[in-house]
Ligand binder design. Structure first.
Ligand SMILES: NC(=O)c1ccc[n+]([C@@H]2O[C@H](COP(=O)([O-])OP(=O)(O)OC[C@H]3O[C@@H](n4cnc5c(N)ncnc54)[C@H](O)[C@@H]3O)[C@@H](O)[C@H]2O)c1
Ligand SMILES: O=C(O)[C@H](O)COP(=O)(O)O
Length: 523
C-alpha cells in the first residue's frame, strides 16, 4: 500500500486515478494537520504548501513531490535532489488559462473595467472618468516567450498588436514562426506601450523590472505581472506610479502572498487578482489529472515525464534504456566492490546503440550503484550526481564511435588513489548482459550473484587448485571464465558461485604463489 498526501486544494476529479486505486491510500490534509508525515510515499501540492528541507527531513519515506501547476519556487528542489526525492510538475495544463487571464487583465487595465464596475455599483454614472485606450495598433512587449508568453503573442496578434519579445533563449526560427519581433531587452523597454512578464522567478529575473529598467520604459507605459511576484520590483513600481511615469499596473502575483504592500494596492490605477491565473475548472482538472497519472506511474515503477530533477523519459525511451540502466547499476556495484578505496574520477564511454539514448540517466544509474555500496544514506538516480560531487568524485561521460565491435558497449574507468579499475559490458537482446572486458582482460560472463574474481599467473594447475579449494569449502561453481593477455603471463578467473564465499576461502586461495589476489563481489 502506498500513502499519498495531497496538501493543497487539488481537483478531486483530476485525482481520480489515485483515489480509485485500491493500492493507494490518499489523504487530503494540510501538512500542518498531519502527524505521521514519515509514512507518505508521495506529496501533491500547488503553490501554497512550502516544501522546505525541514519538511523533507520529516517525510523520511517520501519518493516524489508533484506540483499540480508550473512554478516550483515553493519547493526546495535542491534539498529534494539531495534526499533522492523526484520533483515533477504539470507544465502545460494551465497555460491557456493563464494566457487568457493575462489578456483579461490587459483589457481590463486599458479600459478601466474594475474601477468602472465599482463606480456603477456604487450608484455613479461617470462615463468621462473611464476614457480608455485601444489595444489595436499598440506595441506589446512580452518578456519570456515560453508556453504562456507564446499563447499571449498569438492572441495579441489577433488583436492587431505589434509584438516585441525579449527572451534570451528564443531562436530566430521560433520568432519567425510566431510572427513576433525578437528584440534586446532595452528595445522592448523603449518601444512597448504595454509590457507583460512571463519568465520564471530566478536570480536573473528577480527585479528584472526594477528602478533602472522601468526608468527606460515609455512614459505612460502599462505593466502586467501574471507570472511570479518579484519579477517586477514592488518598491520601484510605487515610485514610478507616484511620479506618473507608469500609467497602470495589473498584478496577479505578489512578492509576498497574500500581499502586504498596501501602498501599492491603494493606487487607483493598480488592478489586482489573488493569483488566479490557473484558477479555471479546465486548468485545475488538467494539472490534477496530469500529476495524478504521473504519480501513479511512478509508484508502479514506470518512468515519469516532466521531472524537474531527473531526465524526462517517455515510455518508449525508458523501455529502450532499461536494460542499460540495470547493467550500469551492476557495473557501479562491481567497480565499487572491486576498488574498496577512495576514488577521484569515474569516466564512462558509450558506444553504438546505447550512445543514442539518454546516457546521463545511465551514468546516474552507474553512480547510484557505485555509491550505494559505500554511503549509508539512501542513494538513487536523483541524488547520485550530487552525492558523488559532495564526496569529491568527479565523473564524465563520452560518446565514442564504435571501436569495441559490439552493437553497444558501456566502458568504465574508475581512478582510485592507488589503482585503476576498468570494465566493458554489452547488452545482447534476448540473451542478456555480458561483461566482456575486466581490467584489460578479454572475458565473457553474466554479472549476477556471488562472483569470485581471481588474479593469477597463467600456469598449468592454477585452475585446478582454485576448483579444489572451492570444493573443499562446499562451494559449487556455476560458471567459470578465464582471460589472459599472454601465454604464461597475468591472467584472471571469474567464477559465479552458488554459495557465499567467506574470508577463510579467500585466505586459502591467496596462499598459493601463483594466485596474486582473490576478491568476492556480490551483484
Ligand atoms: N499566475 C499564475 O497563476 C500562473 C500560472 C501558470 C504559470 N505561472 C508562471 O508563469 C511563468 C511562465 O510560465 P510558462 O509555463 O510560460 O514557463 P516557460 O518555462 O514555458 O517559459 C518561460 C520563458 O521565460 C524565458 N526566460 C527565462 N529567463 C529569462 C530572462 N532572464 N529573460 C527573459 N526571458 C527569460 C525562458 O526562455 C522561457 O521561454 C512562470 O513563472 C510560472 O510560474 C503563473
Ligand atoms: O505556477 C503555477 O502553476 C501557477 O502560479 C498556479 O499556482 P496555483 O496552483 O497555486 O494556482
Amino acid at each position: 500500500m502506498f500513502h499519498v498526501l495531497v496538501s493543497d486544494s487539488i481537483s478531486s476529479d483530476g485525482l481520480a486515478p489515485l483515489l480509485n486505486d485500491e493500492n493507494i491510500n490518499v489523504v487530503q490534509k494540510k501538512v500542518s494537520e498531519v502527524d505521521d508525515l514519515e509514512k507518505y510515499d508521495a506529496l501533491l501540492v500547488r503553490s501554497a504548501t512550502k516544501v522546505t528541507e525541514e519538511l523533507l527531513q520529516k517525510m523520511t519515506n517520501l519518493k516524489i513531490v508533484a506540483r499540480a501547476g508550473v512554478g516550483v519556487d515553493n519547493i526546495d528542489v535542491e534539498a529534494a535532489t539531495k534526499y533522492g526525492v523526484v520533483v515533477i510538475n504539470a507544465p502545460d495544463g494551465n497555460t491557456i488559462s493563464t494566457a487568457e487571464h493575462t489578456f483579461a487583465m490587459m483589457a481590463s487595465l486599458v479600459r478601466h473595467i474594475p474601477q468602472a464596475n465599482v463606480s456603477v455599483k456604487s450608484g455613479e454614472w461617470n462615463r468621462s472618468a473611464f476614457l480608455g485606450t485601444e489595444l489595436y495598433g499598440k506595441s506589446l512587449g512580452i518578456i519570456g516567450l515560453g508556453r504562456i508568453g507564446s499563447e499571449i503573442a498569438k492572441r495579441a496578434k489577433a488583436f492587431g498588436m505589434n509584438v516585441l519579445v525579449f527572451d534570451p533563449f528564443l531562436t530566430k526560427d521560433r520568432a519567425q514562426k510566431l510572427g513576433v519581433n525578437s528584440c534586446k531587452l532595452d528595445e522592448v523597454l523603449a518601444q512597448a506601450d504595454i509590457i507583460t512578464v512571463h519568465t520564471p522567478l530566478t536570480k536573473e529575473t528577480r527585479g528584472l523590472l526594477g528602478k533602472e529598467n522601468i526608468g527606460k520604459t515609455k512614459k505612460g507605459v502599462y505593466l502586467l505581472n501574471c507570472a511570479r511576484g518579484g519579477i517586477i520590483d514592488e518598491e520601484a513600481l510605487i515610485h514610478y506610479l507616484e511620479i506618473g511615469h507608469v500609467k497602470g499596473v495589473a498584478l496577479d502575483v505578489f512578492e509576498v502572498e497574500p500581499p502586504v504592500n498596501r501602498k501599492l494596492l491603494d493606487f487607483e490605477q493598480v488592478i489586482a487578482t489573488p493569483h488566479l491565473g490557473a484558477s479555471t475548472k479546465e486548468a485545475q482538472l488538467n494539472v490534477a489529472s496530469q500529476v495524478a497519472e504521473e504519480v501513479l506511474k511512478f509508484l508502479n515503477g514506470k518512468p515519469v515525464t516532466n521531472s524537474i530533477n531527473l531526465p524526462t523519459l517517455t515510455k518508449d525511451i525508458f523501455d529502450k534504456i532499461q536494460p542499460f540502466y540495470k547493467l550500469a547499476k551492476k557495473l557501479g556495484q562491481l567497480a565499487s566492490q572491486y576498488m574498496k578505496e577512495p576514488v577521484q574520477h569515474i569516466g564512462i564511454v558509450y558506444e553504438g546503440t546505447v550512445a543514442e539514448l539518454e546516457t546521463s540517466f545511465i551514468t546516474k544509474a552507474f553512480l547510484a550503484g557505485f555509491l550505494g555500496e559505500r554511503v549509508d544514506s539512501t542513494v538513487n538516480e536523483v541524488n547520485a550526481g550530487l552525492m558523488a560531487k559532495e564526496r569529491g568524485i568527479s565523473f564524465s561521460e563520452k560518446i565514442a564511435s564504435n571501436g569495441s565491435g559490439y552493437a553497444n558497449c558501456i566502458a568504465v574507468q574508475v581512478d582510485g588513489d592507488h589503482r585503476t579499475f576498468s570494465v566493458k559490458a554489452t547488452y545482447i537482446p534476448n540473451y542478456g548482459e555480458r561483461i566482456v572486458d575486466l581490467n584489460g582482460f578479454d572475458i565473457d560472463f553474466y554479472p549476477a550473484g556471488e562472483v569470485l574474481y581471481v588474479e593469477h599467473i597463467d600456469k598449468p594447475g592454477v585452475i585446478g587448485r582454485v576448483g579444489k579449494v572451492l570444493g573443499d569449502h562446499g562451494v559449487n561453481i556455476a560458471t567459470m571464465q578465464v582471460g589472459r593477455k599472454n601465454i604464461g603471463g597475468e591472467a584472471i578467473m571469474v567464477l559465479t558461485c552458488d554459495k557465499l564465499i567467506d574470508d577463510q576461502l579467500i585466505e586459502a586461495l591467496v596462499q598459493f604463489d601463483d594466485i596474486v589476489s582473490a576478491k568476492t563481489i556480490h551483484l
